[in-house]
Design a protein around this ligand. Structure first.
Ligand code: BGC
Ligand code: BGC
Length: 837
């Protein structure tokens, strides 16, 4: 039995993710009392501006309640049209991580400008007696203008933390602002001021440091870079954008590092650790603050009046506006994505309602009229938003494409100056953890092998929030002007007259003098990066084996580790002579060579500067004694050795290798696989061949990438189905709220009548079923393809995503023959089902 179960490869990744999001245990009743007077005060730096107040008052006097409510709502470009903006008078639009002009991942500056122009014109249309109120257009420019092809990609924030260089941060902010402006966009959802305390959190790399002091120091620098410095003519001028300090509060303090989880901590920890960046951000005039998806002691931040209004707007004197996060209001008890007066009443001024804006607008309007949202609160929110718009000068700025930097976008985006700055940031961020026998710096006149599967991979060195939300599904050609780490080394070695070979698998043509092995995490964003512990790629040791093989062949090995966060890699460190934490350096891979290599005359080029902004773990259990403490980082003159680190990970019990989850984890986690005949009789199918008793559905094994790693299903009668069952229901609501897909790798051999469907079950009588016929008919017969079904589709088809017990159900009509190889939650597919059609 086990032997055949082992080969059933349904759902490796899906189940791993599912395991990571089982509901938290009951939250202990804890204190959520807030004492604003104990919090640090801040000072809004802008003096009261009578002229501005008058403009706001005059405009508001002319606005209808409908127009006021419209200002409070932000819709995503994937779900709103300029016509909608014209009609509903929305205050803002955003482009989420996967939302691009015409859905093009590699949209150009011109396409972004055209989009911004179309929406701007709609907002300025005064037909019907409407007021012309220009839009704020928001985007996640979180490591450079990372949603635009050809933009400079700066190192992610965890790397910048290692530089300890606020002036650099300021310059990066200014360069990012310029590139954003060049595409007609005027608002970035940055900086993240999280102070991550648990590296299992998938967003650790978005935070600068676990150390509140570093975050506090950077907050002002980044905001001044993005917005310009208060009191100078550059503040919010045409070369700057508005910033968002996010996510207020304690996004980095959740229990077990769970994204969107619950920070079960005291008010003092909240204040002293997680709030550290906010007073300096407010002192620097940050125009917006984004509320956090997370909770504090069980209370959702989007509904926390004491913190949003009492602390942030009161004690800290924040006079910009609070924007919600992606349907974050919908998680407040009693709210839904389309209805949440509680959030507005708590102090959120603008709700991010990507796909839910229309319903939210209708409900909010009704609540504004009924008094469920008091007029004073509505007016306060509108006034805050309008003040930001006036300060930014959008009323005077004209068409986005006509603005100064937009007219020369090709000179601004990915400019040599910006790339040089990013390259400097790469140099400063590298942290040297080990350098036995002073192996580094390398002589570029030698023969150097560059190996490892990230040696020539710009996507891997850039991480999440890069062209796509997850940063996946990309190849080097999607990054014009960028340089991989391997290419950067090759360029300098060749120029110095040395010899270089790039071979990702480490198989060299002639024996090198030294090997540089580049490897590390795959890109991820948000909760998709949450981990159960700090093991690096559990169950997959190919990097370790590569390091050991080269080392064993007598070749000195330099490890260049790419990761958003420190992970437990003691074995990899032991297997290397030198070990460099290179984080997620972005588009300028050449910065690595700048530090690793000597000059061509053999002199020292650049020393290491980076110091750990997060302690490096000494075991894979979060919270143990660090292997390398906060602030650690060698220089070339140091002679510390780090060999023979313990190779005991500190994790006991079952490990779940994502890639072969079912081989080890299946029974323990209670997933089972069933076939159900047209007569309703169910049989277990954790085997390689099976048929229902009524003969309506047959299953047989076939090869996809390995022997018998897929199954073929032949329907003899309509009504039969196959299903994966979970032992206990689990919650997929959080994934549904993002752009997560259920991705099935399949091959259609026959599909008469185009009759096929996929479903998720949620207990007796509860199911969301999505027709697959239209999508499958576009698939050439006999070809493997990945079909993605947005989880949203199951929800709109009636599934209760909070209690999924059958995550994968499939049915087809008589005569259908379909092979299935993989099922996973993901964001990347060859075809995505459009369930609106
Ligand atoms: C993230 C925010 C981001 C927003 C818009 C949310 O899911 O939490 O950080 O700014 O989406 O993309
Ligand atoms: C969006 C991101 C957003 C996320 C929220 C995705 O669909 O593209 O911008 O942050 O959902 O979970």
């Amino acid at each position: 039995m086990l032997a055949s179960v082992r080969r059933l490869r349904v759902a490796p990744i899906a189940w791993a993710i599912v395991m990571a999001c089982l509901p938290l245990g009951a939250v202990p009743a804890a204190d959520t009392a807030v004492h604003p007077e104990q919090w640090p005060a801040a000072k809004w730096p802008l003096p009261r501006d009578a002229k501005l107040e008058q403009r706001v008052a005059e405009l508001m006097a002319k606005m209808s309640v409908e127009e006021k409510v419209g200002q409070l709502i932000q819709a995503d470009i994937s779900a709103v049209t300029p016509e909608d903006v014209r009609k509903y008078r929305l205050g803002s639009i955003l482009a989420g991580g996967n939302s691009k002009p015409d859905g093009k991942t590699t949209a150009t500056a011109a396409q972004w400008q055209a989009l911004a122009d179309a929406f701007h014109r709609a907002a300025m249309d005064t037909s019907g007696g409407h007021q012309a109120i220009p839009l704020l257009i928001g985007i996640d420019a979180v490591h450079g203008h990372n949603n635009t092809v050809g933009a400079t990609l700066f190192p992610q924030n965890s790397a910048l933390g290692a530089t300890r260089d606020p002036q650099l941060i300021r310059e990066i902010g200014a360069a990012t602002a310029a590139e954003v402006r060049a595409t007609g966009i005027n608002w970035t959802f940055a900086p993240t001021l999280a102070v991550p305390q648990d590296l299992r959190w998938g967003r650790s790399y978005e935070g600068y440091s676990q150390d509140p002091k570093v975050v506090a120091q950077y907050a002002a620098a980044m905001i001044e870079g993005l917005q310009g410095k208060v009191g100078t003519p550059h503040f919010l001028d045409a070369a700057h954008v508005i910033a968002s300090a996010k996510h207020f509060l304690a996004d980095g303090g959740t229990k077990d590092g769970k994204d969107q989880g619950d920070a079960q901590i005291s008010e003092a920890q909240l204040r002293e650790i997680h709030a550290a960046g906010y007073p300096p951000a407010i002192d620097a005039g940050v125009q917006t603050v984004m509320a956090s998806f997370s909770s504090w002691n069980g209370q959702k931040m989007h509904g926390n009046h004491a913190l949003l209004t009492g602390v942030l707007k009161g004690r800290m004197d924040f006079q910009g506006f609070v924007v919600g996060d992606w349907n974050g209001h919908g998680q407040v008890p009693g709210c839904s994505n389309t209805d949440c007066p509680a959030s507005i009443n708590a102090g959120v001024d603008m709700l991010m309602a990507p796909d839910s804006w229309r319903g939210l607008y209708e409900h909010t309007l009704a609540e504004a009229k009924s008094g469920a949202i008091a007029q004073a609160r509505l007016d306060d929110a509108v006034a805050r938003i309008l003040r930001v718009k006036f300060r930014l000068g959008v009323f005077e700025a004209g068409l986005p494409s006509s603005q100064a930097l937009a007219t020369k976008s090709s000179e601004v985006i990915g400019s040599p100056a910006h790339r040089a700055l990013a390259r400097r940031a790469v140099r400063e961020s590298l942290v040297l953890l080990k350098n036995d026998n002073a192996l580094l710096p390398l002589d570029p006149r030698k023969h150097i092998l560059v190996a490892g599967d990230a040696a020539d991979n710009i996507s891997r060195q850039s991480g999440g929030w890069t062209l796509t939300w997850q940063g996946t599904g990309l190849s080097n050609k999607d990054f014009p002007g960028a340089q991989s780490i391997g290419a950067g080394i090759a360029e300098q070695v060749k120029a110095a007259g040395g010899q270089v070979e790039i071979a990702t698998d480490g198989h060299y043509a002639s024996k090198p003098d030294v090997a540089v092995v580049v490897f590390g995490e795959d890109p991820y964003a948000e909760f998709q990066g949450d981990l159960p512990n700090l093991l690096y790629r559990p169950g997959d040791e190919h990097d370790l084996q590569l390091l050991r093989r080269l080392h064993g062949e007598g070749i000195p090995v330099v490890a260049v580790f790419l990761s958003g966060r420190p992970l437990w890699v003691n074995r990899e460190i032991n297997a290397s002579d030198a070990f460099v934490a290179a984080w997620l350096p972005g588009s300028e891979g050449g910065g690595v060579a700048d530090v690793l290599l000597r000059k061509r005359d053999g002199k020292l080029a650049n020393d290491f500067h980076g110091k750990l902004a997060y302690a490096w773990p000494g075991s894979a259990a979060q919270g143990g004694t660090p292997q390398f403490p906060l602030g650690y980082g060698l220089r070339y003159a140091d002679h510390a050795s780090a060999s023979d680190l313990t190779e005991a990970s500190g994790i006991s019990g079952e490990q779940i290798p994502v890639g072969n989850y079912l081989e080890r984890g299946k029974s323990a986690h209670g997933y089972s696989f069933r076939l159900q005949g047209a007569d309703g009789v169910t049989i277990a199918a954790d085997v390689s061949q099976a048929a229902t008793a009524d003969g309506s559905l047959r299953m047989s094994a076939l090869d996809y990438q390995a022997q018998e790693d897929a199954r073929r299903f032949d329907w003899k009668k309509t009504g039969a189905k196959l299903a994966v069952l979970a032992r206990a229901p689990f919650d997929l609501d959080r994934q549904t709220n993002g752009d997560v897909l259920l991705v099935t790798t399949l091959r259609v051999d026959a599909l008469p009548g185009k009759d096929a469907w996929i479903a998720m079950g949620c207990g007796a009588g509860c199911q969301g079923r999505v027709a697959l016929g239209p999508a499958l008919s576009a698939v050439p017969a006999g070809a493997w393809t990945r079909i993605g079904v947005p989880l949203k589709c199951f929800r709109s088809a009636g599934a209760d995503m909070h209690r999924i017990d059958q995550p994968f159900v499939w049915g087809a009509g008589a005569g259908a023959s379909v092979a299935l190889a993989r099922v996973a939650l993901g964001t990347d597919a060859d075809r995505v089902v459009d369930c609106a059609k």
